[in-house]
Design a binder for this molecule. Structure first.
Ligand code: ADE
Length: 234
């Protein structure tokens, strides 16, 4: 039936957003994934449709109410795994994206304001996921990024499966550099740049070795943490 995502948000118009374009947009049209953006405010119970309130203990900002979020969550026909996008969550990685792409359904809670009442996160087993060590003004762009990373891994979404296997992270290394025509290329300053000879040799063993070496070199320079993490030979 395809991968399904429920989005609990105060800004349902933000979806599908960029996911309605390009590869993910085509996959959406083809029914390979589906989504439902649920307006949290529709589940408020007072006449002002209040979704947030001041934090107990004091401090800046507002906190989203557990009752309203629970009502929104219970409206999902097929909730699947509950995820709250938050900078204090488990980091999103390629292997976590692979895991989430295997699920039938996800429910992504997109917070605004200072946060969400902890009790509803605990009661409904929300896993917290972060897309990186920086703070966004809301969870919606993070939800779109998480979904994008999953959608391109769904069966039938990418034309060429090797693309998925060779790129950065799927082997624990950063991807090697790419080149295309023209060769040589003369830039706007009049300088001439040739494509590396090995790539034009037609010798596939040498080409693979060259690419592996470039991958290692880039990873060593930019992301030495990846080499340590995966215990890759340098
Ligand atoms: N919401 C705000 N910042 C975020 C982040 N870095 N990751 C996930 N959700 C967020």
């Amino acid at each position: 039936m395809g991968w399904h995502v429920n989005l609990l948000t105060l800004f349902p118009d933000m979806f599908p957003g960029t996911l309605g374009h390009s590869i993910s947009g085509r996959a959406l049209e083809n029914g390979l994934w589906s989504h439902e953006a649920i307006q949290i405010r529709d589940f408020a119970t007072d006449k002002h449709n209040t979704v947030d309130d001041t934090p107990f203990g004091g401090g800046a900002g507002m906190v989203m109410r557990p009752d309203v979020i629970e009502n929104a969550l219970l409206s999902c026909k097929k909730p699947g795994r509950n995820i709250y996008l938050s900078p204090r969550g488990t980091p999103l990685t390629q292997s976590l994206a692979e895991e989430l792409a295997q699920e039938d359904a996800l429910t992504l809670l997109c917070g605004r304001y200072e946060g969400v009442d902890q009790r509803v996160l605990d009661v409904h087993n929300f896993e917290e996921i972060s897309i990186g060590d920086y703070v966004l003004s809301g969870g919606e762009p993070a939800a779109i990024i998480l979904m994008d990373a999953c959608i391109r891994l769904l069966d039938g979404v990418m034309g060429n499966n090797e693309t998925v296997n060779e790129e950065s992270f799927s082997n624990g290394l950063l991807e090697y550099p790419h080149y295309t025509k023209p060769d040589p290329w003369v830039d706007a300053h009049g300088n001439t740049h040739a494509v590396p000879e090995t790539l034009k040799s037609g010798h596939h063993k040498n080409i693979n070795a060259w690419r592996q070496e470039k991958s290692l070199e880039l990873t060593r320079k930019r992301r030495p943490d990846l080499l340590k993490k995966n215990d890759k030979k340098t």
